[in-house]
Design a protein around this ligand. Structure first.
Ligand code: PLP
Length: 424
């Protein structure tokens, strides 16, 4: 088998747990960090740690420069047209919340305006709707459900039978309602479905809706070109793309960011503050109130540099090969049912086992050194649609190998046999 040229950069993988070599296949939860990112973080703390944008001393300027350089690097990575379209957040959940809360305010203002015009609140809001999908992570589902609850807007869920979005159903929703926004994952964190954004985004636009893409699972496993995609928003987390935790990005088209009301107020985001009124600073700073996660931003910039310098296309090709191999091998194990049969899959394979609980499987294979995830994967609507309440998820990344998939399958087979024996 071919040698994995990136693996040596990930020291955490080179260890034994419970006396067995670690096989880390839980990358959809959190990916690992290359040593280059750790070194950049250490350098930042050792030589430039200071608050940004406010000071005029050497360290503050150095830190500010590093943060703004990271913004430019990330802009290049997702192919945004301007660095100002990159907003730093705490992660995907936080990015989605920023847009959801802004849209909630806009919908409430619209409703209040309609009341003043005597059109009536019910009339105003009944025309507004938000669509999400059955395959979303709770982070891209619950915020929209709550926005609709708070504003009276209608909440629509596009079905995803067998892990594939029903685009005819989506079009019906778009055609028959005034949809403000479609919120949709790039890649499902459960079934690994790669959604056809090249169809979904133009479809939504045809009916006047904006599109927010949850890119938490897309950003590492798929090429991302936000200008080509033409989405209004694309959200992702540092820790799912070899960067640190606690840092994420909201990409937004400048025109959308200019009209989105900021919902977090404080230092760094204002222009003029008086007793009567506050005016906002420019995009992106108006969305970055308070001291940001400076080290996180710099670490994320270093992670993106790592991906760019180490040939992300080759990483994707490696992952595609590994996913096909894993899907075939896991699917061939006795009593295993792979969940969902999407046309295109990346990053994650979920399965159930007849006669064995996912929690027991994951706990037992952990003791053999293999890290996978079990549970509802924050995707209860998708699991329910698939007729399950829990699943095991295997999620490889570019530094995993076929040998590790072999180890996983050997261990899985033993554990499944044992658990079924106990249950019979
Ligand atoms: N969306 C998807 C598809 C995810 O997989 C996750 C995390 O697992 C999230 C959103 C939330 O990401 P975070 O916890 O980094 O905010």
């Amino acid at each position: 088998m071919k040698e994995n040229i990136w693996r040596k950069d990930f020291p955490i993988l080179d260890q034994e747990i419970y006396g067995k070599p670690l096989v880390y296949l839980d990358n959809a939860a959190t990916s690992q960090m290359p040593v280059q990112v750790m070194e950049r973080l250490a350098e930042h703390y050792k030589t430039e740690h200071a608050n940004i944008h406010r000071g005029i001393h050497y360290l503050s300027e150095k830190s500010t420069e590093a943060v703004e350089q990271a913004r430019k690097t990330i802009k290049g990575f997702v192919k945004a047209s301007e660095a100002e379209e990159i907003i730093f957040t705490q992660g995907t959940t936080d990015s989605i919340h920023l847009v959801a809360a802004g849209i909630a305010e806009e919908l409430l203002r619209e409703a209040a305006g309609a009341m003043e015009d005597n059109a009536g609140l019910a009339g105003a809001v009944s025309r507004a709707g938000i669509v999400t999908t059955q395959m979303e992570h709770h982070s891209n589902y619950v915020p929209w459900q709550q926005v609709c609850r708070q504003t009276g807007a209608q909440f629509f869920v596009c079905p995803a039978p067998d892990g594939e979005l029903d685009l005819d159903a989506l079009e019906e929703i778009l055609k028959n309602n005034r949809i403000r926004l479609v919120a949709c994952a790039h890649v499902s964190n459960l079934t690994g479905t790669v959604n056809p954004l090249d169809q979904i985004i133009p479809l939504a636009h045809r009916y006047g809706a904006e599109v927010l893409v949850d890119g938490a699972q897309g950003i590492l496993h798929q090429p991302v070109n936000v200008q080509e995609l033409d989405c209004e928003y694309y959200c992702f987390s540092g820790h799912k793309m070899t960067g640190p935790t606690g840092i994420g990005v909201l990409y937004g088209k400048r025109a959308c960011l200019e009209k989105l009301p900021p919902v977090r107020f404080g230092g760094g985001m204002v222009d003029i503050v008086t007793e009567q009124k506050t005016t906002w600073g420019p995009v992106p700073h108006r969305f970055e109130a308070g001291t940001p996660n400076i080290a996180g931003i710099i670490g994320l910039g270093a992670a993106v540099e790592y991906l760019l310098e180490h040939d992300i296309e080759a990483m994707h090709a490696w992952e595609d090969d590994l996913m096909a191999y894993a899907l075939e091998k896991i699917g061939a194990l006795p009593y295993v049912r792979i969940l969902g049969h999407p046309k295109k899959r990346a990053g994650a394979i979920a399965f159930a086992v007849d006669g064995a609980h996912p929690y027991d499987i994951a706990s037992m294979i952990d003791k053999a050194g293999v890290a996978v995830r079990s549970g509802n994967h924050c995707a209860q609507p998708m699991l329910q649609a698939l007729g399950e309440s829990a699943a095991v998820r295997v999620s490889p990344a570019f530094y995993n190998t076929k040998e590790e998939v072999d180890t996983l399958c050997e261990v899985l087979e033993k554990v499944i046999t044992m658990l079924r024996r106990f249950q019979s």
